[in-house]
Structures are given as C-alpha cells and as structure tokens.
Design a protein around this ligand. Structure first.
Ligand code: LER
Ligand code: MN
Length: 274
C-alpha cells in the first residue's frame, strides 16, 4: 500500500489539507512519518519553482502521485462550467498548464472543484456539455505527454455536478479517452454512495487515484468508516495507485498526519494488504 498525503505549495482556504506552510520542512516531515509520496495542491504551476520542488521531493525519496488543482476555483473562481466563455477558456488553459509538470513528476492531474457549479439561469445539461468539452480538450493535451486526468465525484454540498461513481463513469464514457478516469474520496463516498465497497468494485480499473478521510473528515481512524473493508476491496481489485490522505489538520496538522499513517499501516498488516 503506497501512502501519500496532500501538501499545499501555497496558502489556501481549503480546509481539508492537513499540511501547509514551509514546503521543504513539510516534505522532510512527510518522509519522516513514513509516507511514500506527497500529493501536491497547486493553484497555478507558474507559482512553482519546478527544479527546486523536484530536488526537494527526490532528495526525500518521495513520489508525487497526483496534483490537485481545485485552488484555482477556491481562490480565483476558474471553472469549466462558467457561463462566461473567457472563464471556461482560462480554466482549460490552467489545467493544460499543469500537464508538463505532471508529466515530469509522473503525476495524475486531479479535476475536483475546478469543474465548477452550475450558474443561475444555466441548465444542468448545459454544464455537463461544457464539462465534456473541457475534459476532452484537456485529455488530448495530456495524452500527448502521457498524463492521466482523474475527475473526483464530490458531495452535493460542494457542487451540483457529478456526485457518485455512477455519474463519474457516465461522464468518463462520454469523454471517450483512455487517459480519463476517476479519483474516489471516502469522505464524499460516505455521503453519496449507497455502498462504498460496491462503488469501488463498479469503478474497477477506472480508479486512477484514491483519497482517504474518515466520516468526519478527520484522519482515518477518527470516525466511523470501515477502512479495513474499504481498503481490502480496493486492493482486491488489483489497485496499484496511491492512497492519499486528504483530511483536516485536527487535532493539529502533524498529529493528524502521523495518526493517519499509523492507523493505515496497522490495517495494512491486519488485512495483509500489499
Ligand atoms: C478535493 O480533493 C476534495 O475532496 C474536495 O472536497 C474539494 O473541495
Ligand atoms: Mn478529495
């Protein structure tokens, strides 16, 4: 079981990121706790010194399984489904600008909140059409550099677009690209899926990446989700990607990161997960 944790390269409003602040000291801590990788939340790749980032990450022997992009919605309101064509174009360009960095780091590019929310006066169907158009265009650019995109079903309180694995798989089919898959997040699944385990099975090899947080969005072990069963189902499918911690910095950032990995490694042993 390859474990990573989300680290924001810059200050952000999004709360379910345990780690923010000085990049290098966080990377050193993440490696020290025994994580295999770090998932980077990056608002805009232009803000990142790629050489420096790569050297810090590789000096600490961490992989970068995925790049989160949602801060471009959180901080700048870029959206694939805006009713303003200039905003949609800027959102598409922003995702395409992540592709060279993702290719270099061999990371998946995550499409979470950047899909946006249907604006007043626009139909849901129109939003879905914009979303398909945007993702098809991004998939083409990403495929040229062997990069995969993962759309994350999100719960109903965050968006009206794509809540479940079933919604996500319909969209993946409409996009029709080999490099388009889903990112499943146990926090959202606990709200939206009839059965977390069954939805994991249905998603199968379209699971490109996996986020873990407990029912209360604290670290795994702090709520009532059955991570033994969830992870046994995931690995039972032959999943080879990362399981990435995306949870609140509670009771404090460092403790959450440490409790999270300790709990997941214990389950790994108990359930003999690879
Ligand atoms: C991002 O991965 C996520 O899970 C969302 O809740 C963002 O708001
Ligand atoms: Mn998530």
């Amino acid at each position: 079981m390859k474990l990573s944790i989300v680290l924001s390269t810059h200050d952000a409003q999004f709360q379910a990121v345990a780690l923010k602040g000085d990049f290098e000291s966080n990377i050193v801590k993440i490696a020290g706790w025994g994580y295999d990788g770090v998932e980077l939340a990056i608002r805009d790749p232009k803000l990142v010194d790629v050489e420096q980032l790569e050297s810090v990450v590789s000096a600490n022997r961490l992989a970068v399984p995925a790049i989160g992009t949602g801060q471009a919605w959180g901080e700048e309101k870029l959206s694939f489904t805006s009713d303003d064509p200039a905003v949609r174009a800027a959102a598409i360009e922003r995702i395409k600008s992540h592709v060279p960095l993702a290719s270099r780091l061999r990371a998946i590019v995550i499409i979470g909140l950047l899909r946006g929310i249907t604006p007043d006066g626009q139909s849901h169907q129109q939003s879905m059409d914009y979303l398909v158009e945007a993702l098809q265009s991004c998939c083409l650019t990403a495929a040229e550099q062997d990069v995969r995109l993962a759309l994350e079903p999100l719960n109903r309180y965050e968006t009206d677009l794509v809540h479940t694995v079933a919604d996500g798989l319909d969209l993946v089919e409409r996009i029709g690209a080999e490099n388009m898959g889903l990112l499943l997040d146990t926090f959202h699944m606990n709200i939206e899926e009839p059965s977390i385990e069954e939805s994991i099975r249905i998603c199968g090899d379209r699971i490109f990446h996996f986020h873990v947080a407990d029912s209360n969005r604290w670290h795994p072990g702090a709520g009532h989700l059955d991570f033994g069963s969830i992870l046994a189902t995931l690995y039972g499918l032959g999943y080879k990607g990362f399981v990435s911690g995306e949870f609140m910095p509670l009771p404090d950032a460092d403790s959450s990161a440490e409790y999270g990995i300790t709990y997941l490694r214990k389950l790994q042993q108990e359930h003999k997960l690879r």
